[in-house]
Design a binder for this molecule. Sequence first.
Ligand SMILES: NC(=O)C1=CN([C@@H]2O[C@H](COP(=O)(O)OP(=O)(O)OC[C@H]3O[C@@H](n4cnc5c(N)ncnc54)[C@H](OP(=O)(O)O)[C@@H]3O)[C@@H](O)[C@H]2O)C=CC1
Length: 260
Amino acid sequence: MTSSIGIIGVGEIASACVDGLCARPDHPRFFLSPRTAERAARLAEAHDRVEVCASNQEVVESSEMIVLSVLPGQVGSVLADLDIPGDRTVVSAVAGVSTEALTPLLPHDPTLVRVIPLPAVRERRGVTAVFPAHPATEEIFDSLGGTVVAADEAQFSTLSAATATMSAHFAFLTGIADWLEAQGWSRADAEHFVRGEFGGLATALEDPNTSLSDLIPAHETPGGLNEMLRAEWMDEDNRARLARALDHVHERVTGSSTSG
Ligand SMILES: NC(=O)C1=CN([C@@H]2O[C@H](COP(=O)(O)OP(=O)(O)OC[C@H]3O[C@@H](n4cnc5c(N)ncnc54)[C@H](OP(=O)(O)O)[C@@H]3O)[C@@H](O)[C@H]2O)C=CC1
């Protein structure tokens, strides 16, 4: 595995990666940007071989692989201040900023890989999209839960669009709790019940031998209540609206620029 990883942008997703990787006793050394001092200090205190550098450039000097995990609107100014040698690998987690947009910001032409890590990497259960194929990057993210490698950047961006569905999932669960509350349940009981109902379904998702479409009949009785709700709620119109909403997000992520 890569022996040293630098992190520029020690935010939510990068710290989830560091926590996840540091669960392995043989984890790489980490060199963190000093910008988010409190979070970087927590990571350095929690794990062996994790150091906070004096500057972003020191992160670059110390690391074989540099994970770039700032917000899309920050990436231009962050890279303008850095000199990244051509023998480094830059792994960009920055959403929606294409290789074409990043390349002019990396004049020494380091290897550039794009990834979409998800928060579950912290528990080593996050499947990360990677483009292009890059064995060292895949090894890192395989150890955090798995990877899918896109054949081209257009295909990669479809997974970026798919990640936009997470909060809608929670909005769906909130809608069920809202309905229960409107029927007279306390908010606490309604939420407790919905959390239990859906938390229990995670196990079904973990079985790779059952396709998602097979999980539908596995969770309904013919002519039963689940079938009734699904047919009325997730009808053709609703599925088409979901596909259209994904199209719109996809259009947004593919029309990217470094100004985010
Ligand atoms: N969260 C997620 O689930 C996912 C996020 N992403 C992408 O990953 C990137 C990071 O997201 P996330 O972790 O959620 O965002 P955060 O806002 O939590 O993290 C961004 C970090 O970058 C730091 N930063 C800003 N400017 C600089 C700088 N000049 N030098 C060093 N660090 C700097 C910020 O510090 P400060 O707070 O001081 O500004 C902050 O700690 C984004 O592009 C996002 O789109 C991709 C997949 C999933």
